[in-house]
Design a protein around this ligand. Structure first.
Ligand code: ADP
Length: 269
């Protein structure tokens, strides 16, 4: 109470000896919170500042690549510059998305009814386009009447990241199944693939920023290393959790668990 601007963390525990004794610790976390907030602002500002010059570079590159009169060697160089600039744009966009998720004032504030089946339908279309010639099969099993209270854009971004990953890490001809269902524990959005899988020691760290099982493989497949960090934050803001089960060489199941308090039956027209 003597330092009203300070943030403290209280914790109490029973001391293992003696009668009716307990230990109360008070830790001043003001500095940690300030540093954390500086880090967040810094990342958000840098990402924002980098976006404009990159858009200009991308614009010029696009124009140059379209020029048929160029020497083929120069054309190839420009193509790879365009590819790298596009990768950089995706990383910056993901960093900005993460910063927005971290800085929103009230994490539980968004309570808009979200028609998840329609959302899943849109993601299924995107998935078919992404699969293209690669020949993975995408199937959807979704409860048509199950809605959720939340933020539509955030949920779209989380679900679509999981589906994109499933496609990215599943060889040609594999199977990807998207499910949206309810049980006694709540509602679940699930993506199952028959892909390369993840060795168990990596699973606990997958939602860390830029953590990858194999950096080169992820980069060459267009990953930014930020997708699962975004998924984790979106779920936290919706009172949900991400569950990951995987067998190397067999495939993976990523499940977003939402509490039943977030559920809605489709409002009747
Ligand atoms: P990235 O953009 O690299 O895919 P993510 O944060 O989305 O980054 O995922 C982190 C890492 O988790 C990936 O680099 C990859 O190694 C692993 N991963 C994610 N999804 C899958 C999946 N469906 N199958 C196998 N590995 C996966």
């Amino acid at each position: 109470s003597r330092a009203p601007d300070h943030q403290v963390r209280l914790s109490a525990r029973i001391v293992p000896y003696g009668n009716r004794q307990f230990l109360l610790t008070v830790r001043d976390v003001t500095r940690i919170h300030r540093l954390e907030s500086m880090r967040r602002d810094f990342v958000a500002n840098v990402s924002h500042e980098l976006r404009t010059p990159l858009t200009v570079i991308n614009g010029y590159l696009e124009t140059l690549v379209d020029d048929d009169t160029l020497d083929p060697a120069i054309h190839t160089t420009l193509k790879s510059m365009e590819f790298q600039a596009e990768r950089m744009r995706r990383i910056i966009d993901d960093l900005l998305t993460l910063s927005h998720l971290e800085t929103r004032e009230d994490p539980k504030a968004e309570q808009t009814p979200v028609p998840v089946p329609a959302l899943v339908g849109g993601i299924e279309e995107e998935a078919h386009m992404l699969v293209g010639e690669k020949g993975q099969t995408v199937t959807v099993e979704a409860d048509p009447d199950l809605w959720l209270r939340g933020a539509r854009t955030e949920l779209h971004s989380a679900f679509s990241n999981l589906v994109t990953n499933a496609i990215r890490y599943t060889p040609d001809g594999g199977q990807i199944t998207i499910r949206w269902f309810q049980d006694e524990a709540g509602a679940h959005f699930q993506v199952e693939d028959t892909g390369i899988g993840i060795p168990p020691q990596h699973i606990p760290r997958l939602t860390e920023r830029f953590y990858r099982v194999e950096s080169d493989r992820s980069r060459s497949r267009g990953g930014t290393g930020l997708g699962l960090a975004i998924v984790k934050h979106v779920l936290q803001r919706h009172g949900g959790k991400l569950r990951i089960e995987s067998d190397p060489d067999q495939g993976s199941i990523f499940t977003c668990d939402f509490p039943s308090t977030r559920l809605l039956r489709r409002p009747s027209d």
